[in-house]
Design a protein around this ligand. Structure first.
Ligand code: GAR
Length: 198
């Protein structure tokens, strides 16, 4: 039976596009909703172009009342009856209340080799630390930020002359390989870890 996938985005949604495009043929899942926290998230337009229902729940009217925002997000998600939630550049921190409702069914992609560089500015921090290797991680979401069982990682070399932007672009290419590969396995009930090298 095909698993129903909802994808949460805040920005341009290039990972969302990679996920949606991967769910064809004999894939064990299909996209049922792309949901953003703002009407102007570029990912919404791209999702509709790909024929996927897209909607937003604006976080701003909730003015710091995170649980109320999450209740609205949850209610909208439920309408699509997803089995799996993929965070794809979703830049709102989720509370334990929301996470516990989806735990075991929610994935996130993070632009570092976790447990290194949780949080923001991961590429600049990796460069500052003199890393020779960097990458991205797909993990199950648990209440602690960027924690949770790791389902896959992809590594890239850090090259001489790299800037945060150059490194981000090299990592993003790998994100587009890794996230679909992990989702395909996860949707089929396989939580074994994937490791990709550039
Ligand atoms: C991606 O690099 C993703 O790993 C990162 O945001 C970018 C979204 O790009 N996510 C985080 O930093 C989460 N903390 P996209 O909108 O083009 O997929």
């Amino acid at each position: 039976m095909s698993r129903r996938v909802a994808i949460l985005v805040s920005g341009g949604g290039s990972n969302m596009v990679a996920l949606v495009k991967s769910m064809t043929g004999d894939h064990p899942a299909r996209p049922v909703l792309v949901l953003a926290n703002s009407a102007d998230a570029g990912g919404l337009v791209r999702a509709r172009e790909l024929g996927v229902e897209a909607d937003h729940v604006d976080h701003r009217p909730f003015k710091g009342d995170r649980p109320a925002f999450e209740d609205a997000l949850h209610a909208r998600l439920l309408q699509a009856e997803p089995d799996i939630l993929c965070l794809a550049g979703f830049m709102r921190v989720l509370t334990e209340g929301f996470v516990s409702r989806w735990q075991g069914r929610m994935l996130n992609i993070h632009p570092s080799l976790l447990p290194k560089y949780r949080g923001l500015h991961t590429h600049a921090r990796a460069l500052e630390a003199g890393e020779t290797e960097h990458g991205c991680t797909v993990h199950e979401v648990t209440p602690e930020l960027d924690e949770g069982p790791i389902l896959g990682q992809a590594r890239v070399p850090v090259l001489p002359g790299d800037t945060p932007d150059l490194l981000a672009a090299r990592v993003l290419e790998q994100e587009h390989r890794l996230y679909p590969a992990v989702l395909r396995r996860f949707a089929a009930g396989d939580r074994s870890r994937i490791d990709l090298a550039a």
